[in-house]
Design a protein around this ligand. Structure first.
Ligand code: AMP
Ligand code: ZN
Length: 466
């Protein structure tokens, strides 16, 4: 199987470093708010990678962090911590905020049929590992202390900028990163920040009370769970110039060599051809799509249409067309289910090869989807083809074997069921008000067992049917 490596800017044959197990690290979400569909695109790409590796017979050891210690508002190591800011706004503790949004995130990725990685470590549970890492960098001469923290000394690392192929000359870098007078180089970044007494999240360290920089968590947790060297590191393209550059610098500073062999980055999702941003009001969540009548599977189908290395432009016209295509595809597939037409072994292999070659060519999922359409449209209707399509759906992950109500969105769920669920939601709200959390959980779990998933939002509780 071939993959593209951002580090070498080349496509090459993938083989694991060690035996049959592929070790992967993916940068996970910062849980101070709802993840939007752009974030979800990156996790859908991560899922295609997982599934394609599994198709090729590999076992996976995959870690994806949960950033529950808020990183700062700006990249310049200044400004308020995002987690604390949301906590203050919502009058909750940062831990409550993180727990709530982690739950929503995990539920969302499950609704998108994204396999949950084997290890999902929380940053706040690994503060000691981060402190040890920072101490190691100080001991090795890659870091220095200032009055407000411990900083990485990028001039000590000759390969700094290699991944993004940027030149971090003294003069150039100053323009991008605000200058802190005690820093030796404007692009030196915080490994540990000293906290003032009002800072909500802080921990004891050899340098007084403080909290970790954002980049150190991925290096420390990657090392703990995947070892000194692992196969693949994923993330969105926005991480190439700062976050991943810094991860590499940290690991090389501690171990003397990089950890990840392959760096694979997912391109961004745009909205109406432009940037997705809260201020423009175009950062949709999965729930908002569901409210507009587009199920998570329609969104996943929409994502299949662009290669992960290409920008994908989100529009509602595009979603309408994805919804129609998914429905059509399922209708075509149904004609094969249980049909007794004869298709030769040779033909089946040819159809399967077309699909397999596409996924193994750097996850060419749009082409693989085309191959599945060819199977669905195959003139002779045969259950053998149906079985092959179901097998291919172990990569696409769009429930091609399911006849679901959900495909039409929650809007079209039959009204008796809708009424019943809303009654249960009201009972759960009463239970919560009475602080009877056990009863509230019981109601949630009972519905979940029937595939009815509740999501708590600021505007109230919504539901979706899996
Ligand atoms: P964050 O929670 O901001 O760290 O983002 C989580 C993941 O989503 C990261 O891997 C980002 O690179 C990715 N991401 C953020 N915005 C977008 C977008 N518009 N399209 C695709 N991926 C994105
Ligand atoms: Zn990371």
């Amino acid at each position: 199987m071939k993959l593209y490596n951002t580090m070498t800017r080349q496509k090459g044959e993938f083989t694991p470093l060690n035996g049959n197990t592929v070790r992967i690290y993916s940068c996970g979400p910062t849980v101070y708010g709802y993840a939007h569909i752009g974030n979800m695109r990156t996790y859908v790409f991560m899922d295609f990678l997982r599934r394609t590796l599994q198709w090729n017979g590999y076992d996976l050891l995959h870690a994806m962090n949960i950033t529950d210690v808020g990183h700062l508002v700006s990249d310049s190591d200044d400004g308020e911590d995002k987690m604390s800011k949301t906590a203050r706004e919502q009058k909750k503790t940062p831990w409550e905020i993180a727990e709530y949004y982690t739950g929503v995130f995990l539920r969302d990725i499950e609704r998108l049929n994204i396999q949950i990685p084997e290890i999902v470590p929380k940053a706040t549970m690994h503060i000691q590992e981060m402190i040890d890492f920072v101490q190691g960098l100080l001991d090795n001469g890659y870091a220095y202390e200032t009055s407000d923290g411990i900083y990485y000394d990028i001039k000590k690392f000759k390969d700094y900028g290699k991944l993004s192929r940027m030149n971090f000359d003294e003069n150039q870098a100053g323009a991008r990163v605000e200058v802190n007078s005690e820093k030796r180089h404007p692009a030196d970044f915080a490994l540990w920040k000293k906290a003032d007494p009002t800072h909500i999240m802080q921990w004891e360290s050899p340098w007084g009370m403080g909290y970790p920089g954002w980049h150190i968590e991925c290096s420390a947790m990657g090392l703990k769970y995947l070892g000194e060297e692992f196969d693949i590191h994923t993330g969105g393209v926005d991480h190439i110039p700062i976050h991943h550059e810094n991860e590499i610098a940290q690991t090389c500073g501690l171990l003397g060599h990089p950890a990840a062999k392959w760096w694979i980055h997912g391109e961004f999702m745009l909205v109406d051809g432009g940037k997705m941003s809260k201020s423009l009001g175009n950062t949709y969540t999965l729930d908002q799509l569901q409210e507009k009548g587009y199920s998570p599977m329609v969104f996943r189908y929409f994502c299949l249409n662009a290669h992960y290395s290409q920008k994908l432009n989100f529009t509602f016209e595009g979603m309408d067309s994805a919804k129609k295509s998914l429905k059509n595809l399922k209708n075509q597939i149904k004609k094969h289910k249980g049909a007794d037409g004869q298709v030769s072994e040779e033909e089946l292999i040819k159809l399967k090869n077309e699909f397999e070659e596409a996924i193994n060519d750097d996850l060419n999922i749009p082409k693989a989807l085309g191959a599945v359409w060819n199977m669905a449209r195959y003139e002779t209707k045969s259950n053998k083809i149906y079985e092959l399509i179901v097998l291919c759906d172990s990569i696409l992950g769009i429930d091609l074997d399911k006849d679901d109500v959900e495909e039409n969105g929650a809007n079209e769920v039959d009204s008796d069921l809708d009424r019943e669920i809303k009654e249960q939601i009201a009972l759960r709200l009463e239970a919560k008000k009475a602080k009877n959390y056990a009863e509230a959980d019981r109601i949630r779990n009972e519905l979940a067992a029937r595939g009815i998933i509740l999501t708590d939002t600021k505007e109230g509780t919504t539901y979706s049917i899996k």
